[in-house]
Design a protein around this ligand. Structure first.
Ligand code: ADP
Ligand code: ADP
Length: 222
């Protein structure tokens, strides 16, 4: 469903040029759960942001469902970003002065043709999937780290994405909560067939996924 062909990413500042990705070729098939490992600075976050169409490569081609991303109009791209892709971050990225329910509904506001009632239903269904139906009126500060990450997962799920891109989703959690989040992701993958690409530093978690990709210095090494 996502194919990276000869992808290069160079970050250019006034004085320095950093090659973050160097000729990466990678295919993520529909329904796969893939983990990505590698030392800090090897290009993992860059890889996810390119897959999520948050940034553009310096060279190479990204294909989504067999079609080069460069052939999409801005409007189509916005729709793909908003409807096909869900992001989860290490640091949750929740909005502290919005309730759990409002946080989960937020991305749906950018979706044309979805009524307030539909948004609410999608958000409640997503919160049920992550086991947080009893916390809809809470605020993020009233939740544990594991619960906050569940809210973030619900926010990603509410848009019924085809792929979830997770950047160290358990990196800020203790091992018990980390396991819970990993089990939740494994369950989504198994029961709903969600495609997941997860960056992690945790070998144990990586080995629970179907495919482990290792990066070093901007290139895939295994
Ligand atoms: P990882 O996620 O594996 O830690 P990143 O993808 O964040 O790696 O970064 C890869 C390389 O690109 C690093 O050398 C990093 O310093 C550099 N880099 C990342 N983002 C930027 C940026 N916005 N500007 C300049 N350099 C960047
Ligand atoms: P951290 O390791 O600091 O917690 P995150 O996992 O929050 O980093 O973010 C990982 C990457 O995603 C970073 O390169 C960051 O620039 C990018 N990013 C974070 N938040 C957003 C966002 N809301 N929209 C787009 N990109 C984001």
């Amino acid at each position: 469903m996502i194919r990276l062909i000869d992808i290069e990413k160079v970050y250019q500042t006034d004085t320095i040029e950093t090659v973050a990705l160097n000729r990466v070729n990678l295919t993520i098939n529909r329904g796969e759960f893939v983990s990505v490992m590698g030392p800090s600075g090897c290009g993992k976050s860059t890889l996810l942001s390119l897959m999520g169409l948050l940034d553009e490569p310096s060279g190479g081609t990204i294909e989504i469902d067999g079609r080069a991303v460069t052939s999409y109009s801005d409007k189509e791209l916005a729709r793909v970003r908003n409807q096909k892709i869900g992001f989860i971050f290490q640091s949750f990225h929740l909005i502290n002065d919005l309730s759990v329910l409002d946080n989960v509904e937020l991305p749906l506001l950018y979706r044309a043709g979805t009524s307030g009632k539909e948004r609410r239903q999608l958000a409640l269904a997503a919160l049920e999937k992550v086991g947080l139906s009893a916390r809809t009126k809470h605020f993020p500060s009233q939740l544990s780290g594991g619960q906050r990450q569940r809210v973030a997962i619900a926010r990603a799920l509410a848009g019924t994405p085809e792929i979830i891109l997770a950047d160290e989703p358990t990196g800020n959690l203790d091992s018990v909560m980390g396991e819970e989040i990993m089990d939740l992701l494994l369950g989504l993958h198994r029961h709903e067939g969600t495609t997941i690409v997860m960056v992690t530093h945790d070998e144990n978690m990586a080995h629970k996924t179907e495919r482990l990709i290792r990066f070093f210095d901007g290139s895939q090494v295994s």
